[in-house]
Design a protein around this ligand. Structure first.
Ligand code: 13P
Length: 251
């Protein structure tokens, strides 16, 4: 059985005082029955990992370089994230695809590097509003999935986050039927490529305006194994009810 995962993406938010929120999240779930992950900005990684040490919360990065080391000013390698205390990394987020022109092939190389460094790779995919309105959603996400996930994976170390670009930070959420259609399609694609044993171990997260008020219904959708939460992961007041909803969905 896949273990459910509640992951928070803090994006470019948080300086030292944000560690208080992290400690509050960890303190609210001392015996969490789902996996908990917070991905703070890189500057906070080490302190965040120290702050949650001994708790159920794990810490992740928001990007890594595909190379292990070298002349890449400003970049951070997967092994550096691991050294700072990360156990996972978000890759190919739509904001990185848009702001930095990241391609599926680059995301795939980064995922390989992350897995080689012992990290869990959280690979993000999702369609734009124009693509959804043009009826291209399944084609787009299947192409991103095919291009962004490396071969020869251990399914338990790979997480796919379906994040419709138009649902991120907007308060808009697809219908439950739309989420189910995408997640069921992704599972079938993964089974076709990797076989059922590997594919059934891969967790599929939904992301995009997940809030305390809509989490429970989203977590009841087939093939939704958790959430990648942006804004609502910044405070325990918002993130904690989402964690509780996921625990209830896990039964
Ligand atoms: P919001 O939850 O703020 O919509 O962000 C989602 C997201 O991009 C998580 O990676």
């Amino acid at each position: 059985m896949r273990r459910k995962l509640a992951a928070g993406n803090w994006k470019m938010n948080g300086t030292g005082e944000a560690l208080t929120a992290l400690e509050a999240i960890a303190g609210a779930h001392p015996a969490a029955t789902v996996d908990l992950l917070i991905c703070p900005p890189a500057t906070l990684l080490y302190r965040a990992a120290q702050a949650v040490s001994g708790s159920r919360v794990r810490i992740g990065g928001q990007d890594c370089h595909a190379a292990n080391a070298g002349a890449h000013t400003g970049d951070i390698s997967a092994s550096m994230l691991a050294d700072a205390g990360a156990s996972a990394v978000i890759l190919g987020h739509s904001e990185r695809r848009a702001d930095h022109g990241e391609t599926d092939a680059q995301v795939c190389d980064k995922a390989r590097a992350a897995l080689d460094a012992g990290l869990i790779a959280i690979i993000c995919i999702g369609e734009t509003l124009a693509q959804r309105e043009a009826g291209q959603t399944l084609d787009v996400v299947c192409a991103q999935l095919a291009g962004s996930v490396p071969d020869g994976i251990d399914g338990s170390r790979v997480v796919i986050a379906y994040e419709p670009v138009w649902a991120i930070g907007t308060g808009l959420v697809p219908t439950l039927e739309q989420i189910a259609e995408v997640h069921d399609t992704l599972r079938q694609q993964l089974i076709g490529r990797f076989g059922s044993e590997t594919a059934e171990a891969i967790r599929l997260l939904y992301g995009g305006s997940v809030k305390p008020g809509n989490a429970a219904e989203i977590f009841a959708v087939s093939n939704v194994d958790g959430a990648l939460v942006g804004g609502a992961s910044l405070t325990a007041a918002d993130f904690s009810p989402i964690v509780t909803a996921l625990e209830q969905a896990a039964g």
